[in-house]
Design a protein around this ligand. Structure first.
Ligand code: SF4
Ligand code: SF4
Length: 314
């Protein structure tokens, strides 16, 4: 069984303990507007367009069998007409057009991971599977995790929690650490904003937390997004939820809008996230100088917080 991977990043330090290799799998059922990796969302290989590299040589136009090449400002492909055959990529001399996503056999991926083994050993690091939602490709993920475990490599999985519980059960033995994102507490708003049902996210978190004898194997993380997750009621909702469960640590992730520029590469209509972020900046700053406000919510619930100093966007 092959997995579709769009990036392997080496020497990472923010995705689990030590120095890590992060493997980004393609495909995610959620559509969060703040997504850092919009090129991960589509579950198939796709064509990326880096329009600034185009030298207008017309090679792609000649190569395309579907008349899908367009010369509009900022776009080179009519995404509805395109069937992703990649013939245009093969002839593009300037890497304006690139394939996003490559299929790997589990063994082939292990070979790539093993190249960084000395770094894992000296730093107590390992490999982190991210995405997209890595559990979307659960059979490949299970196989890859199992191969890593057999080599004694520490494994982590970054997840949105939005997957059938059986798929978590499938990997529970071979994943040493779950970095589990919690986003919007309110079910209606979660559905409106991300497209997914957050009861699944909550139920899976509960099941996973209760299944793991060593509770340090699961770390809840909340991205701090103005308006949506960075609100008093949202943080209070999650803090109470974690407290009732007996979870004593949360990581807060800083907001940034790096995903916005990548949306154009894969033809996703750019949301107004950047404009919204600018508009919200004073509020975000206010939060950053009021650490005690956010801390207090979690302190009251007996939960220690990591990552808060990074809230400031400046
Ligand atoms: S991927 Fe194939 S169909 Fe799509 S624009 Fe390129 S050549 Fe045309
Ligand atoms: S082949 Fe590449 S560089 Fe040439 S026109 Fe097409 S996108 Fe631009």
């Amino acid at each position: 069984m092959k997995g579709l991977i769009y990036e392997i990043q080496r020497y990472c330090v923010d995705d689990g303990p030590g120095i890590r290799t992060v493997v980004f799998l393609k495909g995610c059922p959620l559509r969060c507007p703040w997504c850092h990796n919009p090129e991960s969302q589509d579950c198939r290989q796709e064509i990326g367009v880096y329009i600034n590299r185009c030298i207008n040589c017309m090679e792609c136009y000649e190569a395309c069998p579907r008349d899908a090449i367009v010369f509009n400002n900022g776009e080179r492909i009519d995404r509805e007409a395109c069937d992703r055959c990649g013939l245009c990529v093969d002839v593009c001399p300037s890497r304006c057009l690139v394939r996003i996503g490559r299929h790997y056999e589990p063994d082939e991926l292990l070979f790539e991971i093993l190249k960084d083994l000395p770094f894992y050993k000296t730093s107590n690091g390992g490999v982190t599977f991210s995405g997209g939602e890595p559990i979307y490709q659960s059979e490949f993920l299970r196989e890859a995790l199992s191969l890593c475990k057999r080599k004694g490599i520490h494994t982590a999985v970054e997840t949105s929690g939005y997957a059938p519980w059986e798929k978590f059960e499938n990997i529970i033995e071979d994943a040493d650490l779950f970095l589990y994102d919690l986003k919007i507490w309110d079910a209606k708003l979660h559905k409106e904003v991300t497209g997914g049902d957050n009861r699944i996210v909550k139920e899976n978190f509960i099941n996973l937390f209760l299944s793991l004898r060593d509770k340090s194997r699961i770390i809840p993380r909340i991205p701090l997004i103005p308006n949506w997750t960075l609100t008093k009621s949202n943080l209070e909702g999650w803090a109470k939820f974690l407290n009732e469960l007996g979870c004593r640590e949360v990581h807060l992730l800083p907001f940034h809008d790096m995903g916005e520029s990548k949306k154009a590469v894969v033809g996703i209509e750019t949301a107004s996230l950047k404009r919204m972020a600018l508009k919200e900046r004073p509020k975000l700053r206010a939060y950053s100088t009021e650490y005690s406000y956010i801390s207090e919510i979690f302190d009251t619930n007996g939960i220690s917080v990591k990552g808060l100093r990074e809230v400031s966007p400046t």
